[in-house]
Ligand binder design. Structure first.
Ligand code: UDP
Ligand code: MG
Length: 140
C-alpha cells in the first residue's frame, strides 16, 4: 500500500469544545501524519463551493451555516492508504452508527455536527487539498 495524502477538517463543533488536540491525537494514533494545518474561519462562499456536490441535498443550507459558525482546522494528512485510513478512524457520518474507537463515536454531537470531514477518494483529496493549501504550505 502506498503512502498517500488526504484532506481533513476539524469542524466548528469540535473547535468550539477545544477538541483540536484530541481529534488530532486520534488521527496520529491511526497512523496519519499532519503535514499541513491551519485554523481558519471559512467564508460562506468557500463553504458553498467546498460542499457544492451536496447543493441539491435538503441539508445543504444548514451545513453551510454550520461550517461557517466558527473556526475550523483544515489539515493535510499523510499515511499508508490515507483516504481509507482517515475514513476508518472518522467513523460513520451519523454518530449513532459510528463504531467504538472512532472520532465521531467519541465526539460527534449529531449527523450534522459530526466533528470531522475527510475526503472520500484520492481524486477528491487532491481537489480539496488544493482548495485550501498551496504546495509550499505542505511539508511532508
Ligand atoms: N450531513 C448532514 N445531514 C445529513 C448528511 C450529512 O448535515 O443527512 C452533513 C454532515 O456534516 C456530513 C456532511 O454533510 O459530514 C457531508 O455529508 P457526507 O454524506 O459527504 O458525509 P461524510 O463524508 O462527511 O461522512
Ligand atoms: Mg463526504
Amino acid at each position: 500500500m502506498a503512502v498517500t495524502r488526504t484532506f481533513s477538517i476539524i469542524k466548528p463543533d469540535a473547535t468550539r469544545r477545544n477538541l483540536t488536540g484530541a481529534v488530532t491525537k486520534m488521527l496520529e494514533e491511526a497512523g496519519l501524519r499532519v503535514v499541513a494545518s491551519k485554523r481558519i474561519q471559512m467564508s460562506e462562499d468557500q463553504a458553498k463551493k467546498f460542499y457544492e456536490v451536496h447543493a441539491e441535498r435538503p441539508f445543504y443550507g444548514e451545513l453551510v451555516a454550520f461550517m461557517t459558525s466558527g473556526p475550523v482546522v483544515v489539515q493535510v494528512l499523510e499515511g499508508e492508504d490515507a483516504v481509507k485510513r482517515n475514513r476508518d478512524v472518522m467513523g460513520a457520518t451519523n454518530p449513532a452508527d459510528a463504531e467504538e474507537g472512532t472520532i465521531r463515536k467519541a465526539f460527534a454531537e449529531s449527523i450534522e455536527a459530526n466533528s470531522v470531514h475527510g475526503s472520500d477518494s484520492d481524486e477528491n483529496a487532491a481537489t480539496e487539498i488544493a482548495f485550501f493549501f498551496s504546495d509550499d504550505e505542505i511539508v511532508g
